[in-house]
Design a protein. Sequence first.
Length: 214
Amino acid sequence: MSHTMAALSAALPLASGWSVHSLWMRRRIAAARRDPLTGLLTRDGFTEAAQRRLTHRPRAVCLIDLNKFKQINDTYGHAAGDAVIRAVGKRLSDWALNNSAVVGRLGGDEFAAVAPAYSENQLAETLSSLTAGLEQPVDVGGHSLTISAAIGLVCFNARTNQADLSELLRVADEQMYRAKRGGTPWMKALDYAPERATVNGRRAGRQGAGEVAA
C-alpha cells in the first residue's frame, strides 16, 4: 500500500468521527431550541425565527397569556397545568401551520407568535381562529378544564417602520394586559410606543410568567 493510500485509510475513521460529532452537535442545538413540554420553539429559537419573518411583509407580533392558569395549578396540581400547556402548545402549532405563523413558548403560560398581517379582515380572521382553537376544553384526570387566553398584538411593516423584536413584544405585552383587564380576547396597539416604562426589559408592574390569576 502506498504512503498516500495509507494516509487516506488512516484519515477515514477520523473524518467519519467528525461527521458523526457534527451531526450530534446540530441535533443538540436544534433540541435546545425546542421546549421539551410543548415542542414549540424556546425563547431563543423563536427570537431567531421571528426576526427573519419581520424582514418580509407586514406582520403581527402577538403575546399570548392564558387566563387563570395559576388557579388551574393551585386547584388541580402541576401535572394538570402541564397537560394544559401541552394541549395549548399543540393547538398553537396547528394554528401556526395553517396560518403561516411562527410560535414559541417564552416561559410558563406565556407564548409569542408572529403572523401575517396583510389586512384588518385577514388579521381578524387569523386571531379569531387562534382564539377559537385555544378555547377548547382540556380533559385532565376526569375533569374538563375550560381555558382561554388574552392576546396583545402590534402590527409591523419593515418597509415603512423601524423597531426591534423586543420593543414589539413589550408593546404586545401591554396590550395583552389591557385585554385581560377588559375581558376581551385580544387588543391591538395603535403604534410602537410603550405606554409604561420597563424594569429589566419588562413593563413596570408586570408579574412573572404564570403568576397572573386574572
